[in-house]
Design a protein around this ligand. Structure first.
Ligand code: C5P
Length: 281
């Protein structure tokens, strides 16, 4: 079985407060974006393999130990509760940039849960899969539903939204700076800007050309402060005709929504830019 985990952008991201468990309550809107990895699972024909899971990767190089990969963690999570899962080979082909605020790793983990559920007929409900996904990471539950959602809590309290960007062009700009989410939350705590609440849930249902000034990402000023060279990026997206431009998640990918996508962004290398066609969006 082959599945294609897609990424997401955050349309607005507000950090509300820190919780007793150390995580932060937040509000955001997750929107699925058709830039995809590929994940293939086949039953291992060897009935007695040395390892119950054989995991391999290709595509963009992934730093760190394979055991830390969310696909592998997802398999272990289910294997604990379903010890009879048969031996499996899992291959991940990575195309979504990492540490980029696009949730690629989270998508891989969540899609692994959905894939195992389907391949082995585990009959887990969406609610149960969301429970497993939250054990993998705060952004994972969204990918179980994988439709535009207003999210609260750590990101797992999901309300689907009647929001469609079909007809718009999305330009993703990935400057290749790896940002750790844990770093972003720590920097935010030190900047003490959290807690101001805009009505994101209402604002996001306004037409996109009214979002500028209405919808913000609390991580954006921190990332711009740490990487001043990115300041020019937002202006450049607006100069190129974006009706709304912002950073996704904890960065460092920025995106712009356009009626007509520009050919290039002056001052930025073309390979930083990825255009998503309206028909797919
Ligand atoms: O859940 P996830 O593993 O993606 O979180 C990475 C880190 O980001 C956590 O260890 C925590 O420091 C921070 N975080 C947070 N509040 C959230 C999500 C993440 O503090 N809602």
């Amino acid at each position: 079985m082959v599945v294609f985990p897609n990424c997401k952008i955050n349309l607005g991201l507000q950090i509300l407060d820190q919780r007793p468990d150390g995580y932060h309550n937040l509000e955001t809107v997750f929107y699925p974006v058709p830039l995809k990895d590929a994940l293939e699972a086949i039953r291992n024909p060897d009935p007695h393999p040395t390892e119950a899971l054989l995991f391999s990767q290709s595509g963009l190089p992934v730093s760190g130990d394979a055991a830390a990969n969310l696909c592998v963690k997802a398999w272990h999570l289910l294997k604990k509760d379903f010890p009879d899962l048969p031996p499996l080979r899992l291959h991940l082909h990575k195309l979504i940039p990492m540490g980029a605020g696009l949730g690629g790793g989270s998508a891989d983990g969540a899609f692994t849960l959905n894939l195992l559920n389907q391949l082995f007929g585990l009959q887990l409900s969406a609610e149960q899969r969301i429970g497993y996904a939250l054990q993998l990471g705060s952004d994972c539950p969204f990918f179980i539903l994988n439709r535009p959602c207003f999210a609260r809590g750590r990101g797992e309290l999901l309300d689907p939204l009647p929001l469609s960007l079909r007809g718009w062009h999305l330009v993703l700009v990935n400057p290749g700076i790896h940002i750790s989410t844990a770093w972003a939350f720590t920097a935010l705590k030190q900047s003490r800007t959290a807690g101001r609440s805009l009505q994101l849930r209402e604002a996001i249902l306004q037409p996109p050309d009214q979002w500028r000034g209405l919808i913000r990402n609390d991580f954006e000023p921190l990332v711009l402060q740490a990487h001043p060279e990115l300041n020019h990026l937002l202006n450049s997206l607006y100069d190129a005709g974006a009706v709304y431009a912002a950073m996704s998640g904890s960065g460092s990918t920025f995106f712009g929504l356009f009626r007509t996508a520009p050919d290039r962004l002056p001052g930025f290398p073309p390979h930083w830019m990825l255009k998503i066609l309206a028909a797919e969006f």
